[in-house]
Design a protein around this ligand. Structure first.
Ligand code: E4P
Length: 219
């Protein structure tokens, strides 16, 4: 399972990268705004910095345009920035046309804001490299986001679609574990959820005991 971090915060991306288990980064316009990044030049510079930190991992950069021509223009500029940029396109009709356009040109895409199996099926047919079902936001409205991951896994396996299932809007470590059980190809979540996977009180207690015994024996 690939691990992406869902942030535009450079310190958190560096921390996750330093763990040695980071496969990529996803961003969105809200995450960029949260870091105070605005204006085309600054946005492009920020994406470039993220790519440099991540090394050979994928970095999803989202278009702002909502019309086909605008998405193509923005997406081509983003893709030229760095070979690891994946153009993030919203699941709307104009977006589907753009997914197909980029797929035909060999430019990789991440179809975002996916909330149903039908949307995921269309994204795969349009040739998206990744599909991003937002599981946390479905949970927020009392719908099980993990059910959607299961549905998409089944559909993609039925037909051998190569689009990778990128479980997005992950909020906590159990989301990650359940997505791994179901067979999501990728998960993107906050650093806190990734770090929480490593924690166990028995590990902490066991280590404290080992160190105490070692120190006693050395006296
Ligand atoms: C995915 O690419 C999105 O950036 C993200 O996962 C949205 O998560 P949120 O629902 O926590 O904002």
């Amino acid at each position: 399972m690939k691990f992406f971090i869902d942030t535009a915060n450079l310190a958190q991306i560096q921390d996750a990268h330093d763990l040695g288990i980071l496969d990529g980064v996803t961003t969105n316009p809200s995450l960029m705004a949260k870091e105070g990044i605005s204006g085309k030049d600054n946005v492009m510079k920020h994406y470039k910095t993220i790519c440099d930190i991540v090394g050979d991992g994928d970095v999803s950069a989202e278009v702002i345009a909502t019309d086909f021509q605008g998405m193509v223009r923005e997406g081509e500029e983003l893709a030229e920035l760095h070979p690891n940029i994946v153009v993030k396109i919203p699941m709307i009709q104009e977006g589907v046309k753009a997914l197909k356009y980029f797929s035909d040109k060999g430019i990789r895409t991440n179809c975002t804001l996916v909330f149903s199996a039908g949307q995921a099926l269309i994204a795969a047919k349009a040739g998206a490299s990744y599909v991003s079902p937002f599981i946390g936001r479905l949970d927020d409205i009392s719908t099980d986001g993990l059910d959607l991951i299961e549905q998409i896994r089944l559909i993609y396996d039925n037909y051998g679609y190569e689009t990778e299932i990128l479980a997005a809007s992950v909020r906590h470590p159990m989301h990650i574990i359940k997505c791994a059980e179901i067979g999501a190809d990728v998960m993107t979540g906050p650093l806190s959820a990734i770090v929480a996977l490593m924690k166990h009180p028995l590990t902490d207690n066991g280590l404290a005991q080992f160190l105490a015994d070692h120190a006693k024996a050395a006296k």
